[in-house]
Design a protein around this ligand. Structure first.
Ligand code: 13P
Length: 214
């Protein structure tokens, strides 16, 4: 299982979380990555943890003030990027363009989706993975893998029907090892989570709990 921790714009210390995630990944052998704000990518990557951007724009170098270029994200040390997060929705053509930008510089890609229908559409664009995250469960602490298991199994089925090389992750409300285990039993090969780590008093303990059953 892949554990991808999105720090969103939460007021946590990104380097502290990254150091904890790196240690937990080394100690457990589980793949753990951290997705900080763009401004923190380099500092997070320098901890040695697998580092992900939260977004890249569907652009190349040029007159694009305020944009996040895949080239600069990769240069800062990122290994991958989220796209189309529920809090950073893109138009279909933008998802396609951002995927091309990410692929141009060798970033791994996860396209987020609300439901199995969107998962199928996202899988058709050829990302490395899709992540199903029902928006109504995001940030609630109620895990999708327990509250809405069908959405995960249907997403796995929907992606496989389009392209069985696309991995399927799930997210929303995931905060314990038990939640991760349930996600794996439903066919997900990773989890995408945020508040369970970014808002924890002790991020390292939260991460240790997440990987414990793996
Ligand atoms: O949006 C999410 C991860 O990208 C899920 O957020 P929570 O883990 O806080 O529910």
């Amino acid at each position: 299982m892949f554990v991808l921790v999105n720090l969103k714009a939460y007021p946590c210390d990104p380097v502290e979380v990254a150091e904890a995630a790196h240690e937990v990944a080394e100690e457990s052998g589980v793949r753990v990555a951290v997705a900080p704000q763009a401004a923190d990518l380099r500092a997070v990557a320098e901890t040695g943890v697998e580092t992900w951007a939260q977004h890249v724009d569907p652009l190349a170098h040029g007159s694009h003030t305020g944009s996040t270029l895949a080239e600069r994200v990769a240069d800062a040390g990122a290994d991958g990027t989220l796209l189309n997060h529920s809090e950073r929705r893109l138009k279909l053509a933008e998802i396609d363009g951002s995927l091309s930008a990410a692929e141009r510089v060798g970033l791994d890609t996860v396209v987020c989706a609300n439901n199995p229908e969107q998962v199928a559409a996202a899988a058709a664009l050829g990302p490395d993975a899709v992540a199903v995250e029902p928006p109504e469960l995001i940030g609630t602490g109620t895990p999708v893998s327990k509250a809405d298991p069908d959405v995960v199994t249907d997403a796995v089925e929907a992606a496989a029907a389009v392209d069985d090389s696309v991995d399927v992750y799930c997210g929303a409300g995931i905060s314990t090892g038990d939640d991760v285990e349930s996600a794996a039993e439903l066919g997900a090969t990773g989890v995408l989570l945020a508040s369970g780590v970014a808002k924890a008093d002790d991020p390292k303990a939260a991460l240790e709990d997440l990987v414990e059953p793996l």
